[in-house]
Structure formats: C-alpha cells, structure tokens
Design a protein around this ligand. Sequence first.
Ligand code: AP5
Length: 194
Amino acid sequence: MPGTIIVAGIPGVGKTTVLQELEAVAREKNVPLKIINFGNVMNELFKKRGKAIHRDHMRREEISLQARVQQQAARVISKTPGNSALVVDTHMFVKTTEGIWPGTPRKVLEALDPEIIILIEAEPEEVARRRAADSTRYRDTGSVEEAKSDLQWSRYMASANAVLAGVPIQIVHNRDGQQRQTATDILDIIQKRN
Ligand code: AP5
C-alpha cells in the first residue's frame, strides 16, 4: 500500500495529536505507515544552513529562503525509502510576514506527488480555544474570527492543490476529545485508496 498522503491542518486544529493517534492505531491494526512532519524536515535543513531557529519562527524568515528550504524538504521527503504509505504532515498555507504563502506550491506538490489530500478540521471555536490554551507554542491570536478565516484559506489552497495534482480531498473533523476517532477516520481513508 505505498503512495503519499498529504495531511494538513491549521495550527491549533490538533494535527500533531491526531497523527500521534494515527501512528498508534495503525500499529494496533498492523497497517504499515510512515509519518513525516514537513516542519521538522525544514527545521533540520535550517539548522544545516547554520540557522537554528524555533519551528514557530521559520515562517518569519524571508520568503525566498523559506522557499528554498521548502523545496529541499520536499525533495528529501520524496526520497523516503520503504514500501509503506507515507503520510506527510504539513500545512496548506503558512502565514509569513509577507502574506499568506502556499505550503505546497507546484514544485513542492510535484516532488511529493500525493494521491490524496486529507484536511483535518475542527470548529473555529474549538481551534481558538486550543490555540489559547496551548502554552507550549508561539501561536498567532486565539480569536474565533481568525480561526474561521484560516479554515477557509486551508480549503482554498487545498482546492488549488487538488486541481494541479488531479487528486481528491477528504475532510475529517477533530472534535473535542475525539482524536482517536479522527485518527481512525484517516486510517480508513488511507486504506480505502485504490
Ligand atoms: P507544524 O509543526 O506542522 O505546526 P503547527 O500546525 O503549528 O503545529 P502542530 O502540528 O503541532 O498542530 P496543531 O496545533 O494542530 O496540533 P496540536 O496537536 O499541538 O509546522 C511548524 C512550522 O513548519 C510551520 O509553522 C511552518 O513554518 C513550517 N512548515 C510546515 N509545513 C510547511 C510547508 N509545507 N511549507 C513551508 N513551511 C512549512 O494541538 C493543539 C492543542 O489542541 C493541544 O493542546 C492539544 O492537546 C489540543 N487538542 C488536539 N486535539 C484535541 C482534541 N480532539 N480534543 C481536545 N483537545 C485537543
């Protein structure tokens, strides 16, 4: 069951939490799966360039540098060895100091060559609450309006990606306390691919 699956979600939607559950559920069901966090790969590449910065600060770097590191990260990820399905944990867009910037522009999308895009969503109120409560990260504001707008941007960007790559989009909901169910929904989608 090889192939690449893009899983994206706006900050605070609970992406890391759900993907940790996905790893556990896949292991329990003996489904071979590899999960790679795009931000981690970028962060390592920044370090190799002599820029050891916090993961939440990468988006404040110059776009031209972020774009080079982003493309390099996509190439590294595309060379991941193994025969299991590859889940790429990433963002449909990144809020930079220069504006809203695509997480998977054409060259990145081509390198990743996904079969499907899965968006993790939650109610804007839930996202705002989770952002406000999470003191471990450097988040932007915790307003419901901003969460609503981010959720919309994520869909706009996913739709552009789907058109370019000719792949479907699935949306899963990460309701409060339901992270295991969300992970199970994602695993079902992955297993039902042709
Ligand atoms: P990344 O690490 O992917 O950033 P992030 O979205 O900010 O963080 P998380 O994945 O941790 O997401 P989350 O906030 O949704 O999840 P959490 O589980 O913590 O990326 C880092 C950086 O890399 C980006 O900012 C960007 O600069 C760069 N990057 C990545 N991809 C890129 C790309 N393609 N191009 C360019 N740059 C890229 O959840 C939040 C809180 O909610 C937690 O407190 C948790 O306990 C709680 N929670 C979660 N689920 C539930 C639930 N079901 N019920 C109740 N509480 C819940």
